[in-house]
Every structure is written in C-alpha cells, then in structure tokens.
Design a protein around this ligand. Structure first.
Ligand SMILES: Cc1cc2nc3c(=O)[nH]c(=O)nc-3n(C[C@H](O)[C@H](O)[C@H](O)COP(=O)(O)OP(=O)(O)OC[C@H]3O[C@@H](n4cnc5c(N)ncnc54)[C@H](O)[C@@H]3O)c2cc1C
Length: 156
C-alpha cells in the first residue's frame, strides 16, 4: 500500500471494519475484463480463517462464474463522510475499506446452508435464531468465500 500510514493491520479492527460494511463486491475475471457484483453478506471465523457467506438465486452469471473459477477478488467499504474544505483540493473523503482475495464455492449441505443463512441474517439483524423453511433453504444458493489475503485501509 503506497500510503501505509493509512493501513489497518490489527486483526480485531479489521474484523470490526468487515462487520460495519453492508455490501461486499465480488470481482470475477471475465474474458479480457471483469465482472463485479455487489452482494449482502455475513462474516465469521472458521478454523482461524475469515469466511464470508452470500446468498441468492441458484442460477445467473455469478453462479456460472463461481462454477468456472474458484478464485475471486472482493471489496467492501464503510464509514463514508465528505470532509468539506474551502478549496477543491482541500476536499477529501473519509472511509474504511477492505480489498482482498479468496477461494469461493457453493455450499450444498443443507445444515451448512442454514448456518450460513443465520450468519448473513445476524449481520443485518443482530439476531441469529431465525427459522428458514426447508424449501427456501433448498432453493437458495449459498456462496462461501474463504479469505486468503486482504488489506484494510482507513482515511480520516
Ligand atoms: C447493495 C446490493 C446488495 C445486493 N445483495 C444481493 C444479495 O445478497 N444476493 C443477491 O443474489 N443479489 C444481491 N444484489 C443483486 C446483485 O448485485 C445481482 O444483481 C444479482 O445477484 C444477480 O447477479 P447475477 O450475476 O446472477 O446476474 P444476472 O441476473 O445473471 O445478470 C447478468 C447481467 O445483469 C447485469 N447485472 C447483474 N446484477 C446487476 C446489478 N446489481 N447492477 C447492474 N447490473 C447488474 C450485468 O450486466 C450482468 O452481466 C444486491 C445488489 C446490491 C446493489
């Protein structure tokens, strides 16, 4: 990171940044370009690794790309605020953000899917004991992203 004075390296603070984000963008290579898709998510630790869960329809472009490519990039950001100033060059933008990479797969086991859906719901509702109808769990795709590397940056 060029501005390493802005890098956040403390694990618990990075986790706090992840928990305060409400959207994670997955980036897939596609042809000569890339496909970036914004998604809601849930966050947990499994065997000492950061894991992000996503859910959605069982078909569509991201599902096709996940089946083709088990590696993705991701980005999320939070704490947005415009820092106003008298001059254009004095203006700045406050943020905390994460950019990383990871291995991605579809979760097929129904109990694992339920657990992942609880983690996603907890991210947005702060409650974890939701009930999911069996049919809904079956019809929903759950995506698991195991983070392999990330960087966290803050601009005040
Ligand atoms: C803040 C936010 C949170 C979201 N959370 C979820 C979530 O938790 N789960 C979920 O399934 N979806 C969520 N969505 C919608 C998501 O971004 C996708 O639209 C959706 O998942 C379908 O993706 P797909 O790859 O299957 O696209 P497809 O339906 O297969 O469509 C493919 C094409 O449609 C266009 N497209 C797809 N998505 C978008 C988009 N968001 N904006 C503009 N063009 C698009 C692109 O051109 C793409 O090539 C969220 C969107 C936003 C903005």
């Amino acid at each position: 990171m060029r501005r390493n004075d802005r890098e956040i390296t403390e694990g618990p603070v990075i986790d706090q940044v992840i928990r305060s984000c409400d959207c994670c963008r997955l980036g897939f290579p596609e042809g000569g370009g890339s496909y970036i898709v914004p998604l809601n998510f849930g966050f947990t630790m499994e065997e000492g690794r950061r894991v992000l869960y996503f859910h959605g329809a069982k078909e569509g472009k991201k599902i096709r790309l996940i089946r083709e490519l088990p590696h993705v990039g991701f980005e999320m950001d939070t704490n947005h605020k415009v820092n106003e100033a008298e001059t254009a060059c004095g203006y700045s933008f406050r943020f905390r953000s994460i950019i990383g990479q990871g291995h991605v797969c579809l979760v097929e086991n129904l109990d694992e899917k339920r657990k992942a859906l609880q983690i996603i719901m907890e991210h947005y509702s702060s409650k974890r004991d939701w009930q999911f109808p069996e049919a809904a769990v079956e019809q929903t795709a759950v995506i698991k992203l195991v983070v392999t590397e990330l960087a966290c940056k803050e601009h005040l």
